[in-house]
Design a protein around this ligand. Structure first.
Ligand code: HPA
Length: 269
């Protein structure tokens, strides 16, 4: 059976089309992760709330290595994620969905690799095409089918958080080619590729970034826009699940050939 992960970011703590969930706890070499399992048609879906169901984990304290290693233990081969983002571009106002295609890493304190030469060897993974091209195309097709404002490309800059950026930082990031700013895509995208999981992100613009927005930024504003758009994101993810490619011809899996799967799953209902 196909096994697919959906990783919910800020404001997406459950999916409307999934009921009868089974709570699983996965102990990995890197820590413990909770996942909810459900079946949609003939597909096994694993839902993970990145910040925890009650948003108790700030971006820099999420155990990304455990989360992605847990998906490997569950034999997941494909993952879609959501991300709330601030926009640096007029043509991507709040409410716009973006199928991001590039990232930049401005994080500071995170474990950003499995291949640090301790448990696993030193490996230099190619990131010319950072997100799975086939999953990106699926997201683009389903966004198109769904209607509403969306963009097929965007460069996401990951900042350390949990604070928002200063206007000076946003000006500098814009000068460097950044178009969207968020706090979680790195290292999730990196670890997914290192583990050989096909991964793509649907970003939702919740605000204009600091200094571009006409007002001060708040987490409440981010949550409010996520709430307004959550029906749309749910519908797009649902149709992605129904149309997931049975097989892919991308290079993502090949990148995970050095990853070692190690962990234990227990039922936590
Ligand atoms: N900056 C960083 N992360 C974010 C923002 C932002 O403006 N909006 C939503 N997540």
């Amino acid at each position: 059976m196909d096994k697919i992960a959906l990783i919910g970011g800020t404001g997406l703590y459950k999916l409307d089309f999934i009921d009868n969930v089974e709570k699983l706890k996965i102990e990995t070499h890197y820590g413990e992760t909770e996942v909810r399992k459900a079946t949609v048609q003939d597909r096994e879906i694993y839902f993970m709330a990145r910040h925890g169901i009650d948003h108790r984990l700030p971006p820099h304290l999420i155990n990304y290595r455990s989360n992605i290693a847990a998906l490997k233990v569950l034999e997941v081969e494909m993952a879609l994620s959501t991300a709330a983002v601030g926009s640096l571009c007029e043509e991507m106002p709040p409410g716009t969905l973006v199928v991001i295609d590039q990232f930049m890493d401005l994080t500071k304190s995170r474990d950003i690799t499995y291949y640090d030469g301790t448990d696993l060897p030193v490996v230099h993974t190619d990131f010319t095409e950072p997100y799975c091209p086939e999953l990106r195309q699926l997201l683009i097709d389903e966004c198109q089918r769904n209607g509403g404002e969306f963009r097929k490309q965007g460069t996401y800059v990951t900042t350390e958080g949990p604070r928002f950026e200063t206007p000076a930082e946003i000006k500098a990031l814009s000068f460097l080619g950044g178009e969207l700013v968020g706090m979680t895509n790195v290292p999730e995208v990196i670890l997914s590729r290192e583990a050989g999981i096909c991964y793509a992100t649907l970003a939702l613009v919740t605000n204009f970034a600091a200094g571009i927005s006409p007002h001060f930024l708040t987490h409440e504003e981010v949550l409010q826009v996520m709430k307004e758009q959550s029906r749309r994101v749910n519908d797009i993810f649902h149709s992605c699940i129904l149309n997931f490619p049975r097989e892919t011809n991308c290079r993502c899996r090949e990148a995970g050939k050095y990853f070692k799967i190690d962990g234990k799953v227990t039922n936590d209902n």
